[in-house]
Ligand binder design. Structure first.
Ligand SMILES: Cc1ncc(COP(=O)(O)O)c(C=O)c1O
Length: 456
C-alpha cells in the first residue's frame, strides 16, 4: 500500500528532478550547442552512449588536480573519475612528466619497451599472479579471460553473475541490467541479452547466477558437470551500487570451481587499485586463476592487463592461445602505468584516500541518521556510493527495488552544486583521487544534505 507520506516524498523527488534539470540546462548552453553540432557527424552526438545522460551530455574542457571544467566554464570536484579511471586526479605531475618524456621518444612501435617488464613485475607483486599480458580496455581484458577459460578447459559454458558488467563483447553481454519482467526465477535466472547484436547461440553458453550464493553455483556445476569452463565475476560488485562479497563467498567459489575442473576469473577492471593497492584480490586474500585490470591502471591513458597462473598463461606463452593486439603494451600506456604504480598509488596515497573516505562517510552517515532515512553509505577504498534502501543489498535483485529517481536526483543536485558524479545514479559509484582534499569531500557532503532536506 502506498501511504500518503510515500506519495508526498515521491512528489518531492519528481519536483526536485524537474527543478534541477532546468538549472542544469541553464548552466550549460555551450554543451547544448556542441551536442547539436556533434549530431551532424557523431552518431547520437557523443563518443559513447554512456556519455549521454539526462537531461544532456556535459562537454568537457579540461581537468586539473581534483577538478574538471566544462565548456561553459563551470568547475566541478570530479568524483565521476571518468567511470573509475582518474584515481590520480587530473594532470598529476608524475604522469605528465612520464607521458611527456615518452611522447618525445615515440609512442608506438608494436614492439615491447622496458616499462612493460617493470609494470608486469609490479602487478605480480600486488596481485600475486606470476604472469601478465596487456590490452587496451576492460572489454579486451575480460574477452581474453573468457577465451582463456575456454581454451584451458576445452569447455564452452561460462558462469556469470546477474547484474555484473564486464564490457561489451558477446559472451558477457548477458543479464547486465535485466528488467524485472525478464529475469525469471532467482535460483535459475534467465540469461537476458544486454544489447542487440548478441547471437542467441552465444547467450545460451552463459549460465547466470545470483551474487553471494554458493548454493546455486554448486547446483549448476553439478548439473553441468564437465561442461563449465569457469566463472567470471567482479569480486566486489560495482554495477549495482557497491555490493561486497559475503564472508567465505570468494574462497568458496574458487574451491567449488576447482573441484569441478573449472577456473575462476576476477574482473578487477573497476575494483583493482581503487579498493586498495592490490584490489579485492589482496583485500580478501583470494587469488583467482585469471585477473583483469584496466581503468585506473593507466592514470588516464587507455591500458588493460590480464594476469594468470603459470598454468593458464602457458597457453599464451606456447601459442595455444593467441593473445594479440596492435596496441598491446603501447609505450605511452606503459609509461603512464609505470608512473601511476610507482609514484601515484603509493602507501601514503592509500592512507590519504582512506582518511578522506572516512571523513565523507561520517558526514553522510550523520545526514542519513538525522533524517531517519535508513539509507546506506557503502564505501570501500576510494570508491563509494549511497544505497537508497533500508535493507542492505546482497545481490542484483535487491538493488532492483531501489527508486531510480533518488539516484538521478542525487546526481543532479551534486552536479548543480559543483560535484561531478557518474550519471547513472543508483548504478554507479563515486571515485576519490589522490589529489582530492577535505574541501572536496565536504562539498559533496553539503550537497547530499541538500538532497536529504529536499526529499525528507
Ligand atoms: C567491471 C568492468 N569490467 C569491464 C568493463 C569494460 O571496460 P572498458 O569500458 O574499458 O571496455 C567495465 C567498464 O565499465 C567494468 O566496469
Amino acid at each position: 500500500m502506498v501511504t500518503a507520506d510515500a506519495n508526498a516524498a515521491g512528489d518531492a523527488i519528481d519536483g526536485l528532478i524537474q527543478h534541477e534539470q532546468a538549472t542544469f540546462l541553464r548552466r550549460q548552453p555551450r554543451s547544448t550547442e556542441l551536442i547539436a553540432e556533434a549530431r551532424r557527424h557523431l552518431a547520437g552526438g557523443a563518443t559513447s552512449n554512456w556519455q549521454i545522460a539526462e537531461p544532456q551530455a556535459v562537454w568537457m574542457s579540461h581537468g586539473s588536480g581534483s577538478k574538471v571544467y566544462d565548456v561553459d566554464g563551470n568547475e566541478y570536484v570530479d568524483m565521476h573519475g571518468g567511470y573509475g579511471v582518474s584515481i590520480a586526479g587530473h594532470a598529476h605531475p608524475a604522469i605528465v612528466a612520464a607521458v611527456s618524456d615518452r611522447v618525445r621518444r615515440g609512442t608506438h612501435f608494436a614492439q615491447p619497451t622496458d616499462d612493460a617488464i617493470w609494470v608486469a613485475a609490479e602487478l605480480s607483486r600486488r596481485f600475486e599472479l606470476p604472469l601478465w599480458r596487456y590490452a587496451n580496455s576492460g572489454t579486451e581484458a575480460t574477452m581474453d579471460a573468457v577465451h582463456l577459460m575456454r581454451a584451458a578447459t576445452g569447455r564452452d559454458v561460462i558462469l556469470k553473475v546477474e547484474g555484473c558488467y564486464h564490457g561489451h563483447h558477446d559472451s558477457v553481454q548477458v543479464s547486465v541490467l535485466p528488467e524485472p519482467a525478464d529475469i525469471g526465477p532467482r535460483e535459475r535466472p534467465h540469461g537476458v541479452a544486454a544489447n542487440t547484436g548478441i547471437p542467441a547461440a552465444i547467450r545460451d553458453l552463459v549460465v547466470v547466477v545470483p551474487f553471494n550464493d554458493l548454493g546455486v553455483v554448486e547446483r549448476v556445476l553439478t548439473e553441468l558437470d564437465g561442461d563449465v569452463a569457469g566463472m567470471i565475476l567482479e569480486p566486489i560488485m560495482m554495477n549495482a551500487g557497491i555490493i561486497a562479497p559475503g564472508r567465505g563467498y570468494l574462497a568458496g567459489l574458487r574451491e567449488l570451481l576447482h573441484r569441478h575442473g573449472a577456473l575462476l576469473a576476477f574482473d578487477e577492471v573497476k575494483t583493482g587499485f581503487t579498493t586498495g593497492p592490490g584490489g579485492a584480490t589482496a583485500r580478501y586474500g583470494i587469488v583467482p586463476d585469471i585477473l583483469c585490470l584496466a581503468k585506473a591502471l593507466g592514470g588516464g591513458i587507455a591500458v588493460a592487463a590480464i594476469g594468470g597462473t603459470e598454468q593458464v598463461m602457458s597457453l599464451i606463452a606456447d601459442g595455444r592461445y593467441e593473445q594479440v593486439g596492435t596496441f598491446n603494451g603501447n609505450p605511452l600506456a606503459m609509461a603512464a602505468a609505470r608512473a601511476t604504480l610507482s609514484e601515484v598509488l603509493t602507501d601514503e596515497s592509500y592512507a590519504h584516500l582512506d582518511r578522506l573516505a572516512s571523513r565523507l562517510r561520517a558526514a553522510l552517515d550523520a545526514t542519513i541518521a538525522d533524517g531517519g532515512f535508513g539509507w546506506h553509505v557503502v564505501a570501500i577504498g576510494a570508491k563509494g556510493c549511497v544505497t537508497f534502501r533500508r535493507d542492505p543489498v546482497r545481490e542484483y535483485r535487491d538493488f532492483l527495488g531501489i527508486d531510480d529517481r533518488l539516484g538521478h536526483a542525487h546526481w543532479l543536485v551534486q552536479h548543480n552544486g559543483g560535484v561531478f558524479l557518474p550519471p547513472w545514479g543508483k548504478v554507479e559509484q563515486w571515485l576519490l583521487s589522490v589529489q582530492h582534499g577535505d574541501a572536496d569531500v565536504d562539498l559533496f557532503a553539503a550537497n547530499f544534505a541538500r538532497l536529504a532536506s529536499s526529499v525528507g
